[in-house]
Design a protein around this ligand. Structure first.
Ligand code: SF4
Length: 313
């Protein structure tokens, strides 16, 4: 349904996202995983056609069914956003308008793409809020965002994103700002909605616990590139890229949480200006070797299990 092929995004000549390739099927969940600054959100914004003014796509394509989004005008993209692809953001408080009631904000999202009467729009608002588990929606339509908890605000954001029944929902760290119990509820909700509506879900996260619960496919990003791409089962059974192995090694062992000191991956993600050729992980990689400073091949090591690493040549 969604095919992203060799997508490259630059900001003022610096490459931020390089040759990103993945696809998403109806009813499935793809998790984009990686540390902060790895290009996950920029990839999502490029797919939505919502890049900041100084950023542009310099290579590659984004296709949704038969349409190529990357060659569309802003006007054409407006008909796709919301109607075909919805997006929810990390921090609902800054994404909702603080001076409009939630009823009005969800109604605006509905009327943006559907020409229906005010009465029908109001019914749709209540239906959407009920679908996302918002309690007593009729009584709370006049509430302002500041009167809601973080979890309820995120439910409003999800209701707005679903307003036009998108085929794809992109959720950028949707639970980061929420406490753990609410996180679980929102993730279960997203999974149920994706399943019930046969919607593709792209979930951006740095939390491998969330990935393990949610993903059908996993794309691990590092310094703007996808370094490993495979199914959830293959990833957790046999992670191939040293970065993926490092991320998994950093997880606590729930059976013996106090037994060992948690390892970390030394160093930080290189900033765009310091990224040359060769493997961008080599300064941090325990398996680095001289040839790692030359361009890295994308290898299909096992069926549908792709990794960008010289180690598997
Ligand atoms: Fe490590 Fe080399 Fe593989 Fe990069 S290409 S992850 S440096 S082994």
């Amino acid at each position: 349904m969604l095919e992203v092929c060799n997508l490259t995004v630059s900001i003022e000549g610096l490459i931020i996202v390089r040759q990103v390739t993945f696809s998403l099927e109806r009813g499935k969940t793809l998790c984009l995983v990686g540390e902060s600054g790895c290009g996950k959100s920029m990839t999502a914004l490029a797919v939505m056609g919502l890049l900041p003014e100084n950023a542009r796509i310099t290579e590659g394509s984004v296709r949704l069914n038969d349409a190529t989004l990357t060659t569309m005008s802003e006007r054409q993209l407006c008909t796709i956003r919301g109607r075909k692809i919805g997006m929810i953001f990390q921090e609902p408080m800054t994404s909702l308008n603080p001076v409009l009631t939630i009823g009005k904000q969800v109604r605006e999202a509905v009327l943006q793409h559907e020409q229906i009467s005010n009465v029908a729009a109001q019914e749709r608002v209540v239906e959407l809020l009920s679908a996302v588990g918002f309690p007593a929606p009729v009584e709370r339509l006049a509430d302002y965002p500041h009167q809601l908890s973080g979890g309820l605000r995120q439910r409003v954001m999800i209701a707005m994103a679903l307003a036009c029944s998108p085929e794809i929902l992109i959720a950028d760290e949707p639970t980061t700002a929420l406490d753990v119990t609410i996180q679980g509820q929102i993730l279960v909700l997203l999974k149920r909605l994706a399943h019930d509506r046969d919607m593709g879900l792209t979930l951006i996260t740095h939390d491998l616990g969330v990935v393990s619960d949610m993903a059908d496919q996993i794309a691990v990003m590092y310094a703007g590139e996808i370094v490993e791409y495979t199914s959830r089962d293959a990833f957790f059974a046999r992670p191939l890229h040293p970065y993926s192995q490092g991320l998994l090694a950093c997880l606590p062992d729930m059976e013996e949480p106090n037994r060992r000191r948690l390892p970390t991956i030394p160093g930080t993600v290189p900033p765009p200006a310091a990224r040359g050729t060769g493997c961008l992980f080599r300064e941090r990689c325990p398996k680095a070797m001289p040839r790692c400073s030359s361009p890295v091949p994308r290898l299909e090591v096992e069926s549908e299990h792709f990794v960008s690493c010289h180690f598997y040549l």
